[in-house]
Design a binder for this molecule. Structure first.
Ligand SMILES: Cc1ncc(COP(=O)(O)O)c(C=O)c1O
Length: 400
């Protein structure tokens, strides 16, 4: 499709893709996105890791409606005390171990990454930033600088200086972390690299090396957090605790939200030298925080044994399909590798085929052309997961 024919442009909206799905949404509930043509799509990717607790989640709606009647924006973040922020912080901190005893709410994942990088420089007084091969951390200049995919960066250089990449899951490379390093930033489970699950040894070695040289270990759980991997936070699988946790996506229950958790001592540095060290007008917006309250309440009620059983069932069935080469999965965070990019294209298009009135939304990775992602809502019933699986297998039949 030439850019000029893009259905967004004709509506006066810019578009960042030449190939938008361009489907028109009517409404959404549970795992279903209803389209204005009367068909529906099973959302097998949760809006890319956002609607972990289902579309139209009742707890999220209830808190949003109550907040709507109280107030919207009153003042830039950090001046007035607002109950929604206090409650969201309390619920969030109840899920986090020491030293993560304070949170700073922002507007997006990328903004959380930028905040974490700045905090690392402020805490250590050092400038060298380390990230990891295969990483995806967002699209602001800061978060792009620490993301690995060069094809997405070249057009925007020069980016941040003094950024280096450690080899993913490589124990020997950990030795490069020395006392000139401000931080090591890692997705606990890599998303865009195709759900790459690290070894416990490697993550623990990173933790140990950072502690030894006084660098901050920053974990990006923007996509893999909030229950996605079968525990509230992915780091809980690996016996480590980060110095800074970056959050986003599912955190706001569908509202735009990011945030970082760290110690009070570290986060307090944003208050002086200079003051307002990461000021944001809309960070901690009362509506976003109300969405987060609903999301965190839903997280607390998840039946993780059920989530594991249902997603194992998906994995078993997918592994039995002739189009599938490999399935990687932790909890409900899944990558399905096919023969090549063409097969993935056919599967995604097959999913969008709604000839019987319903289809399934599968989606590409930016950096792994021969695989597609699955991340179903964690609140799906067994019956919903069965319907979703049937639709995915039907889509895969197109890719054999
Ligand atoms: C692991 C990870 N980090 C950071 C981001 C950036 O978040 P946002 O798109 O909210 O800026 C994403 C978004 O996909 C992500 O998956």
């Amino acid at each position: 499709m030439p850019y000029a024919d893009n259905p967004f442009l004709s509506r006066g909206l810019a578009s960042t893709t030449l190939h938008p799905l361009g489907l028109e949404v009517s409404h959404a509930k549970g795992p279903w996105i209803h389209l204005s043509d009367g068909t529906r799509l099973f959302d097998a990717i949760s809006g890319i890791g956002v609607t972990n607790f289902g579309h139209g989640n009742e707890a999220v709606k209830e808190h949003l409606q109550a907040q709507l009647d109280r107030h919207l924006h009153t003042m830039v973040y950090g001046e007035f005390l607002q109950e929604a922020q206090t409650q969201a912080s309390a619920l969030l901190r109840a899920t986090l171990p020491d030293p993560l005893d304070a949170v700073y709410f922002l507007n997006s994942g990328a903004e959380a990454i930028d905040a974490a990088l700045k905090l690392a420089r402020r805490v250590t007084g050092r400038s060298r930033l380390m990230a990891v091969t295969g990483s995806y951390h967002g699209n602001t200049l800061g978060s792009l600088s620490v993301s690995a995919n060069e094809s997405r960066k070249a057009a925007y250089r020069p980016l941040l200086p003094e950024v280096e990449f450690l080899e993913w899951n490589d124990l020997a490379d950990v030795a490069r972390i020395d006392d000139s390093v401000a931080c090591v930033l890692v997705e606990t489970v890599q998303g865009d690299a195709g759900v790459r699950i690290p070894s416990q040894d490697w993550l623990q070695a990173l933790r140990k090396a950072c502690s030894k040289v006084g660098a901050l270990l920053i974990l990006d759980e923007i996509q893999c957090g909030m229950g996605r991997t079968g525990k509230p936070w992915a780091f809980q699988h690996f016996g480590i605790v980060p110095d800074v946790l970056c959050m986003g996506k599912a955190l706001g229950g569908g509202m735009a939200m990011g945030g970082i958790a760290a110690s009070k001592a570290h986060l307090g540095l944003f208050a002086h030298g200079p003051s307002l060290g990461h000021i944001t007008t809309f960070g901690g917006h009362p509506m976003a925080c109300s969405g987060a309250i609903g999301a965190l309440e839903s997280l607390g009620k998840l039946d993780f044994a059920h989530v594991e059983r249902q997603n194992q069932r998906w994995q078993d069935a997918l592994e039995g399909h002739p189009a599938v080469r490999t399935v990687r999965r932790l909890g409900a965070f899944i990558a399905v590798e096919l023969e090549d990019a063409e097969a993935v294209q056919k599967a995604v298009e097959g999913g969008l085929n709604r000839s019987g009135g319903e289809g399934v939304l599968l989606f590409w990775f930016l950096s792994v052309p021969h695989a597609f992602r699955l991340a179903p809502p964690l609140t799906c019933t067994e019956e919903e997961m069965t319907v979703g699986l049937t639709l995915i297998l039907r889509a895969l039949d197109q890719a054999v």
